[in-house]
Design a protein around this ligand. Structure first.
Ligand SMILES: *Cc1c(COP(=O)(O)O)cnc(C)c1O
Length: 410
């Protein structure tokens, strides 16, 4: 038997049926028409937003990094919950605008922005988080051509990283942002070139469960923003401090307590260097806001035995929920929390089973030697923590299976 991660505390069963947003999992599948289904509970997202606001300084803005989950009904609901969207493509720009987010509250990061994406963003009045000097030059030229002033921030590749992050996005040689020692010169060139200066974007890492590491990184981020702003000689309207709040996906993971982060940030914002006194600050989060709100429901097609090991074959797989197969940003494959939705809370069988997807590849493994109640054909398997980097981050075209269904509850 191999352990699995903890089921998020929001979920309970009623007469053996997993409830999601107050509805039984089986009736959600009936309503949606079939499996596989991603069900998202907006009440959980809203509770996370409330938790953030309660812990953080009141002036701190909360941005949603929409690549975590751009499902249109969820985005529309998010637009009323957060202070801004962070996007990373022209396609996400369209989604953010369709969700009703004010373009002045959208910022656009990501390396390799094409000219047509830059033009659409400049036209809409979205802030470009510049990833290079070349991108800055193109933005000025496009702004000039279409007669619109580009709003720009500079994304800084910091000279430090967030310790213990699942995905390192700063420190060392990186395709993201401009190295800290060239960032002020780029900002100055953009201001001199006539751009509307929006400030700094400093994102040092993702999926972190260590509050102390996040506190240290935020302090270093504030110091860097102050140093760069002094060098430019202009107070930045906004400093995006990055994010990195992680979730407990795996056995032994201890959920992040964000309260000490809020306390530290509160005192840091109380004693800012003069150049940052007029500045607004934002934190951008993806998975922490939406990850626990989603459950992936997939039906058991077959239960088979090979050389003494039982395989539970489901109608979903890594083409919808790549992360649960261990092939999205993790080095070692570990088990996401899994349950039988229609036997929720029942005692596990004596022998563990391996839950595999329907794809013809050995990496399509959703649960490796997990302890589940006795499984039968037709059962519904629930994979938790499916609210972020699920449907939109998985290779849905691979092997020609249907796309998953999605539903937003609450
Ligand atoms: C992906 C990304 C995020 C969101 O990361 P999470 O781990 O989902 O919170 C935030 N900011 C930037 C720049 C990103 O690329």
């Amino acid at each position: 038997m191999k352990p699995m991660g903890p089921i998020p505390p929001w979920f309970a069963g009623e007469e053996g049926m997993l409830l999601i947003g107050g509805y039984g999992a089986a009736s959600l599948v009936d309503e949606a028409g079939d499996t596989p289904l991603f069900a998202y509970d907006m009440a959980i997202v809203e509770a996370q937003v409330r938790r953030f606001r309660a812990a953080m300084p009141p002036a701190l803005h909360l941005h949603y990094a929409i690549k975590a989950n751009p499902y249109a009904p969820l985005l529309a609901a998010m637009a009323g919950q957060v202070d801004g969207f962070d996007i990373a493509s022209g396609g996400e720009l369209d989604m953010a605008l369709a969700a009703g987010m004010d373009p002045a509250r959208i910022s656009f990061a990501g390396p390799g922005k094409r000219n047509d994406e830059l033009e659409a963003a400049i036209f809409a009045g979205v802030t470009l988080n510049l990833e290079s000097e070349g991108e800055g030059r193109r933005a000025l030229a496009i702004g000039h051509r279409i007669g619109k002033t580009p709003c720009v921030a500079v994304r800084v590749n910091p000279d430090f990283h967030l310790k213990g992050s699942g995905m390192r996005m700063g420190g060392g040689a990186k395709p993201f942002g401009v190295d800290a020692d060239r960032a002020a010169a780029l900002a100055r060139a953009m201001i001199d070139g006539g751009a509307d200066w929006r400030g700094w974007h400093i994102f040092a890492g993702s999926q972190n469960l260590d509050a102390m590491a996040i506190i240290e990184t935020q302090a270093a981020t504030l110091a860097l923003a102050a140093r760069l702003s002094e060098a430019v000689g202009v107070a930045p309207p906004l400093v995006n401090l990055g994010g990195g709040f992680g979730l407990a996906y795996f056995p032994g993971d201890v959920p992040l307590d964000i309260r000490p982060i809020g306390v530290a940030l509160d005192s840091a914002l109380e004693s800012l260097p003069d150049i940052l006194k007029p500045t607004h600050f934002a934190i951008e989060l993806g998975r922490w806001l939406v990850g626990e709100a989603g459950v992936y429901l997939t039906r058991v097609i077959d239960v088979k035995v090979s050389q003494g090991e039982t395989f539970v074959v489901v109608d979903g797989g890594l083409h919808h929920q790549l992360a649960a197969s261990g092939n999205f940003g993790t080095v070692v494959r570990r088990n996401y929390p899994i349950a039988i939705a229609n036997r929720f809370g029942a005692d596990p069988a004596a022998e563990p089973v391996t839950v595999v997807g329907c794809l013809c590849t050995p990496i399509d493994r959703l649960g490796d030697k997990v302890a589940l109640p006795p499984v039968q054909e037709g059962d519904l398997i629930a994979i938790f923590l499916a609210g972020a980097y699920g449907a939109s981050a998985s290779p849905t075209a691979f092997l020609g299976h249907p796309s998953p269904r999605e539903v937003l509850l609450g």
